[in-house]
Design a protein around this ligand. Structure first.
Ligand code: ZN
Length: 306
């Protein structure tokens, strides 16, 4: 019995240590929890030295199928602000946020001014959550991050505004650059196939037709007939290259390999960053780096020799 009490006390001590894990407890700064790596990047840039940012997901993790950790609920409950994508991107984390963050959660893709893409079924169809792929929509995300930080911590309004303004100017230039790059691909070659439908907003914004092995989530089974249809598309349109993605399960990238094996297309050497940034210091280690890497990869693979 005594052993049990001691063990219980030990467990309680561990729980309370975990409860103090938030950066705010050690630095005195507000703690901002971001779900995805793209959102964490924006929060770190706009928050600067005034906040501690914790990213729930690490580089390369797939938000659609994220495996919730016991510490996530504690981090979300302890956070001063929770920044997430919304539109059901964070399928497994959604209820954890609902139960632990309440009003302190901001769903950046669900803000006014963002026109979601919906599949067949119109207004009743699930909206596509991958809004960050259109830099103009990501600009709305960053404005939402700025406004949420100011509301949470008005004493540092000036810093949040200044850092956001500098970053937004960079994003404006990025948006122009991506558009100019895609325009260098001959119009009849502006069609791409990747592991899942993460590039719908990219395609809509920059004028490229996009197709995925899987749909707008990575957790669905893929029909063999769909792969056959994609192979027909490659043959009919003379598509030169198809693309794997860094954050999806291997089975989906293997199907990209299969499409190439059965057609004249090649698999692009470089994978695309879709739902996660790359490791720090890698080409996709920041949001801007991710968009530049993806665009260069797509243009080089599809444009071919002039
Ligand atoms: Zn996705």
């Amino acid at each position: 019995m005594r052993g049990l009490v001691v063990n219980l006390l030990g467990v309680l001590a561990l729980i309370s240590v975990a409860g103090c894990g938030g950066g705010g407890a050690t630095s005195g700064k507000p703690t901002v929890v971001a779900t995805t790596t793209m959102i964490a990047d924006a929060a770190r840039i706009v928050g600067g030295h005034d906040v501690e940012v914790i990213s729930i997901m690490r580089e390369g993790e797939d938000p659609h199928t994220y495996d919730v950790k016991p510490r996530d609920a504690t981090r979300i409950a302890d956070a001063d602000l929770v920044l997430m994508n919304g539109l059901h991107l964070e399928a497994t984390l959604g209820s954890i946020v609902d139960n632990n963050a309440g009003e302190r959660a901001v769903r950046l893709a669900e803000q006014p001014g963002i026109d979601p893409i919906r599949g067949e079924g119109g207004a009743s169809a699930a909206p596509d959550p991958h809004g960050w792929m259109d830099v103009r929509i990501f600009i709305r995300y960053v404005e939402g991050v700025r406004d949420a930080l100011i509301e949470m911590d008005p004493a540092h309004t000036e810093g949040y505004k200044d850092r956001a303004a500098a970053y937004l100017a960079e994003l404006e230039m990025l948006d122009t650059w991506v558009r100019e790059q895609i325009e260098t691909i001959p119009a009849d070659r502006r069609v791409m196939i990747s592991s899942h439908d993460a590039f719908g907003y990219y395609g809509r914004a920059y004028g490229i037709e996009v197709h995925g092995v899987a749909g707008i989530s990575t957790d669905q089974q893929v029909q063999a007939r769909h792969i056959g249809d994609l192979e027909d598309l490659v043959r009919e349109r003379g598509i030169r290259a198809v693309f794997g993605e860094t954050s999806v399960r291997d089975a989906l990238n293997n199907q990209i390999n299969q499409i190439a094996a059965n057609t004249d297309a090649v698999v692009s050497d470089a994978k695309l960053y879709s739902d996660s940034l790359g490791a720090e210091g890698s080409p996709g280690g920041t949001y801007i780096g991710m968009m530049r890497h993806n665009t260069r990869t797509i243009v080089e693979a599809l444009r071919g020799a002039e």
